[in-house]
Design a protein around this ligand. Structure first.
Ligand code: NDP
Length: 450
């Protein structure tokens, strides 16, 4: 049995219910095998065994009072996975599906993603099973304050720097930062995704979506192709999806879909970005209203998708941008996409393709950008926000956007050159995993056993 397989088996035995964590570990370890065979130092230093167990897991209770005066209780987590190359860095997710296994899958992915950005950031992730949907602003604020009442003692600008993720945007970061400041009497770069007036960075809001499109551009450019004039499909309608749509339109492509947990929009004339922003950033409502306002748009409920598929991927496209959540693109979806001529998949979400779908894309040798490479733009600009906070100097939009483009280019180059080293130049899963792993694993060896 290979070293990687042995460690994977141990993960499955030790944490039997954490299936998303198994999936994330399996995807990384299976692509590390050729590197592990070549370099026995990793096994000699028990690097995999150390990587799959977080440095520290913090589980805590969040008690808060709702608008009706009732005490509510949620479970919360901060998982500090690995800090070999920098302070723990990774978002907070507020969603009812959050549990320890979800945060571990996200935190594990984050180690390699952050390493790929070229910036000094370790991997961590956190969140709560709190559901922000339907809550008043006051309830969101009280929950965020109660969450920070415990979290503040574990984080710090050079220790652990959380950011947003699903259900955590600018509003939540504001309430979290305010409470951190109140509790500690410190104003420092302890969270990223802050508003511009108090330490935020230009381009942070747009960074993950823009970065995923820049990554697609790099993959396509290497094959003499571009996005200009091409029909694209996007899933989700949150932060990542909105700015994926925006950048695609700026580059002359035509995004025609968006979705949320209840259903999807197919707008044959192309997504109306202003309407999308109004519905999702201002009114925070379902997408059904989009179709009521645009005669070119058709709304399909998620319950009407063909069994085992996501309706978004049935719309023919040149490039697809999964930007909602994990496992939203199945093998069946992957087959439909390719039958319809799709040549590029750039993952804005974390682990949106199942392992089988990812294998299918790799075998078909299409341009396939796995999340930890393609969506690294968000955390990269968070790293740039930390740099601006540390130097107390804000940078212009152009400077940050240029740095973002440069980072996405270098992630692509690093992943494709590493993949080529192993004789599979188009396999960016292999390239991204090995490139991200090497830097962290070598740092762990340099720093000794603890
Ligand atoms: P948001 O909360 O802003 O938006 C999430 C979107 O995905 C919403 O449209 C939501 O629909 C939809 N969604 C969430 N869960 C499900 C589900 N189970 N089924 C179908 N649709 C769902 O989050 P983000 O845009 O920030 O995050 C999207 C993805 O991108 C996540 O995988 C996240 O981890 C990843 N990511 C985000 C980064 C960032 O900077 N924000 C950085 C890197 C990765 P609804 O509103 O109906 O729930």
């Amino acid at each position: 049995m290979s070293y990687a397989q042995e460690v994977l088996n141990r993960v499955k035995t030790n944490y039997p219910s954490q299936v998303l964590f198994h999936q994330a570990v399996e995807e990384v370890l299976e692509s590390l095998s050729p590197e592990l065979d070549k370099n026995k130092k990793y096994q000699q230093n028990a690097i995999l065994e150390r990587l799959v167990v977080p440095d520290r897991e913090i589980h805590f209770r969040v008690s808060w009072v709702d608008d009706a005066g009732k005490v509510q209780v949620n479970r919360a987590y901060r998982i500090e996975f690995n800090s070999a190359i920098g302070p723990y860095k990774g978002g907070l997710r507020f969603h009812p599906s959050v549990n320890e296994g979800v945060i571990k899958f996200l935190g594990f992915e984050q180690i390699f993603k952050n390493s790929l950005t070229t910036l000094a950031m370790g991997g961590g992730k956190g969140g709560s099973d709190f559901d922000p949907k339907g809550k008043s602003d006051g309830e969101i604020m009280r929950f965020c304050q109660a969450f920070m009442n415990e979290l503040y003692r574990h984080i710090g600008a050079t220790t652990d720097v959380p950011a947003g993720d699903i259900g955590v945007g600018g509003r939540e970061i504001g309430y979290l930062f305010g409470q951190y400041r109140k509790l500690t009497n410190r104003f420092d770069g302890v969270l990223t995704g802050k508003a511009l007036g108090w330490g935020g960075s230009l381009v942070r809001t747009e960074a993950t979506g823009y970065g995923s499109v820049y990554f697609a551009q790099e993959m396509l450019k290497a094959r003499g192709e571009s996005l200009e004039g091409k029909v694209c499909t996007v899933s989700g309608s949150g932060n990542v999806a909105i700015y994926t749509v925006e950048k695609l339109q700026q580059l002359g492509a035509k995004p025609v879909t968006i979705s949320d947990s209840k259903g999807m929009i197919y707008d044959k004339d192309g997504i109306d970005l202003a309407l999308l922003k109004e519905l999702k950033e201002v009114k925070r409502t379902s997408l059904e209203e989009y179709a009521q306002k645009r005669s070119s748009a058709v709304y399909t409920k998620a319950s009407d998708y063909k069994a085992g598929t996501n309706g978004v991927w049935a719309i023919p496209c040149f490039a697809a941008f999964p930007s909602a959540t994990q496992n939203e693109l199945s093998l069946e979806d992957a087959k439909i996409l390719l039958q319809n001529g799709c040549q590029c998949v750039s993952e804005g979400a974390n682990m949106p393709s199942t392992i089988e779908a990812a294998h299918y894309f790799i075998q078909a040798k299409i341009c396939y950008g796995p999340g930890k490479a393609a969506n690294a733009g968000g955390v990269a600009v968070s790293g740039l926000e930390m740099a601006q906070n540390a130097s107390m100097t804000p940078w212009s939009f152009e400077v940050v956007d240029e740095r973002l483009q440069g980072i996405m280019r270098s992630i692509f180059t690093n992943a494709s050159q590493t993949a080529a080293e192993f004789g599979e130049p188009t396999n960016l899963v292999l390239g991204a995993n090995i490139a991200g792993f090497r830097k962290v694993a070598n740092a762990m060896i340099d720093q000794g056993v603890f």
